[in-house]
Structures are given as structure tokens and as C-alpha cells.
Design a protein around this ligand. Structure first.
Ligand code: GRF
Length: 194
């Protein structure tokens, strides 16, 4: 199985996923694609010997369709079986998500369906939640809303701020996403609950 990974920043989830695809794992990373040429994950992917590409969103301003056409070019050229959004921070149109229905995954730093969108950790703290976590889901047209493929929980601790909670959740993201991908490529859609 050929896996393309889309990033926007540090790419720590991409690294965790790429490092998991070894040995008897049926999948291999074939492309790391970023919307930002400055994404630190691009250098990390290159160090791992994974082909990289950039499709900048800024030159296209509000023209989402044109940006996605630029994104699609290297993506389709890589002929991926599965696409993992890993810290990818652009909203995709229904046309784009529809092209990869059933084979595009995303990791989101909340216990979905709670807190779709941004600033998830601050929202959990503001709500006084005693638990937080991360979710992996299939990508559909609606943001952060597709079928759940995995979830991991962490405690919210006294004195937590958004950064300390984010750091605790990120550790679980790096466990959850590889576990979900491993199960996903076998065709099993049973959610991974860590
Ligand atoms: C992570 O919190 C992830 O959940 C969110 O982007 C953040 C950074 O991810 N989608 P990464 O280090 O770039 O993988």
C-alpha cells in the first residue's frame, strides 16, 4: 500500500507514521506533501528518504480550487492508496475530499465529536473537562466529522494550560495514528481505542 502524507508544519505525526511503516507492515510512505515550503517536516521527510513536494496555498489567496489543483498534481503522480493528513492545516473542498472518499484519514487533537475545528485544548480547559485526547477519522466533506477510526484519552491535570495539555495529547497522537493506519490498510474499520 502506497501512503501519501500531507503536512503543514513540524510533521511529528508524519514521522511517527513513516517510522511505523517498516518490516512486514503492508504500507510504505511514498510522498510527503506540504502547503508550506517552510514546513520543518519536509526536511525530516527528506532525511528519512521520503520524496517530498510543496503546493503553496498563499499564491492562490482565496481560490481554493486552484490551490487544490496544484496540490493534486504531485499527489496523483504518487499514486497513493491511502492519504494521511498529519498536521495539515488547510480546509479541503468536497470535490477534493470526494476524490479520496474512504481512503483519506486525519488526526484531530480532541475527543471528537467534541471540539471540531481549532484551539481544541483551550476549549477543553475552558469547559472544565477532566479528560482530553485525540481522534483519527475518515475525511469527509464536513470538517473533522467523518467515521471515527481511533481515539486516545489523556487526563487533564491541575495547572494544565493549552501547551501542557497539547504536549500530553501529542504523545498519544504518535501512538494512535500508526495503530489506526496499520489496522486501516488491512481493511479493518474497527476503531482503535487506546
Ligand atoms: C498536532 O496537534 C495535530 O493533532 C494537529 O497538528 C498538530 C501538529 O502536528 N493536527 P504535527 O507535529 O505537524 O504532526
Amino acid at each position: 500500500k502506497r501512503v501519501a502524507l500531507l503536512i503543514s508544519g513540524g510533521g511529528s505525526n508524519m514521522v511517527a507514521l513513516a517510522q511505523s511503516m517498516t518490516g512486514d507492515h503492508p504500507a510504505r510512505p511514498v510522498l510527503v506533501l506540504s502547503n508550506d515550503p517552510a514546513a520543518k517536516g519536509l526536511a525530516r521527510a527528506a532525511e528519512m528518504g521520503i520524496p517530498t513536494a510543496v503546493a503553496e496555498h498563499r499564491p492562490f489567496k482565496g481560490d481554493r480550487a486552484a490551490f487544490e489543483a496544484a496540490l493534486l498534481e504531485p499527489l496523483l503522480a504518487a499514486e497513493p492508496d491511502v492519504i494521511c493528513l498529519a498536521g495539515f492545516m488547510r480546509i479541503l473542498t468536497p470535490d477534493f475530499t470526494g476524490r479520496f472518499a474512504g481512503r483519506m484519514l486525519n488526526i484531530h487533537p480532541s475527543l471528537l465529536p467534541k471540539y471540531p475545528g481549532l484551539h481544541t485544548h483551550q476549549r477543553a480547559l475552558d469547559a472544565g473537562d477532566t479528560e482530553a485526547g485525540c481522534s483519527v477519522h475518515e475525511v469527509i466533506a464536513d470538517l473533522d466529522a467523518g467515521p471515527l477510526l481511533g481515539q486516545a484519552r489523556v487526563p487533564v491535570l491541575p495547572g494544565d494550560d493549552a501547551d501542557s495539555l497539547a504536549a500530553r495529547v501529542l504523545v498519544q497522537e504518535h501512538r494512535l495514528y500508526p495503530a489506526v493506519l496499520r489496522r486501516f490498510v488491512t481493511g479493518d474499520r474497527t476503531p482503535v481505542i487506546l
